[in-house]
Design a protein around this ligand. Sequence first.
Ligand code: NAD
Length: 351
Amino acid sequence: MRYLVTGGAGFIGSALIRHLISNTSNEVVNVDKVTYAGNLESLMSVSGSHRYTFEKVDICDADELDRIFRQHEPDVIMHLAAESHVDRSIDGSKVFIETNIVGTYTLLEAARRYWVKLVGERQQAFRFLHVSTDEVFGDLGVSHGRFSEETSYHPSSPYAASKASADHLARAWYRTYKFPTLITNCSNNYGPFHYPEKMIPLMILNALDNKPLPVYGQGLQVRDWLYVEDHCRALCTVVRKGRVGETYNIGGQSEKTNIEVVRILCDLLDEIHPRCLSYHDLITHVVDRPGHDQRYAIDPGKIQEELKWCPQESFESGIRKTVQWYMDNLDWCRKVQNGSYDRHRLGLLEK
Ligand code: NAD
């Protein structure tokens, strides 16, 4: 099988490609524009494989997508390319509309043009997995409920609204054209190669630099954390065994407030990499993000019962691995932080 993964230079996409190359015999074509969030160094362990190909392409470019479909003839599309950072979407939403909505539309249409020309078994087996987020559902407040596949959409941020729009497109392409889409909505991921502006890596790296650990408001926002490799296993399960036209929620059943997560990180660092004063002393509360949702929580009952997926990592085991990975890979982090990541992105380091 040939998998076309969009956004494969990002945090989850690179984990997915490492998983596909290391644990399956599938071929992988990575289609990525390599924005600030993309880093080809995250794929160094697999980029030498004869089963891996990279295409530096914007998913808004219909001609290039047509060429890629003609040239690589994929069997499965796993669509992860997106602008993904909520704070950035508040500062400037245009690129979120372009990539997340127009890009998804352009990709759906290119894939459909290719799919209608497939015949027989090849057309029957074709799948388009649209990878989305639990943020489309909006705020659960302090209620005890959780998001199911039937929960209605109430996105709060420009990021969440753009992802919600893309989900609607993917769903409509199935209803209207019988184009074989599946959708997943996943909770917050964490793990290796996460861009350091996101909360968990930011806290680890600030702590190691003895910098303040900035917590929005009182840090009482609840997120449902999932180790990134468990998300990748879930995506592969949905593509292989999921029912076409269906949506599957993916979550780790690991609800934690942000302040709890930061305290766990401080405890781990105090144990693994002690300093004179506890890392807890670095915790600083800062003004809350506008429109900040109070709580997200996923009910993963459908994917667990129907597809027999469940996470392999607990939050305790996954976060320990993550802290250790950042401590062992400070070189990768420093490159991201000092901008040589950007130079690599632009191809300057490849010379
Ligand atoms: P990321 O920001 O780390 O990576 C996004 C990737 O997409 C980057 O490699 C970037 O270069 C690429 N990209 C951006 N615009 C592009 C364009 N126009 N054309 C081609 N490539 C482009 O994101 P992530 O955290 O890995 O998230 C991947 C997907 O999973 C997203 O769709 C996101 O909405 C979804 N998701 C993320 C989480 C999470 O916790 N990170 C949770 C649930 C769902």
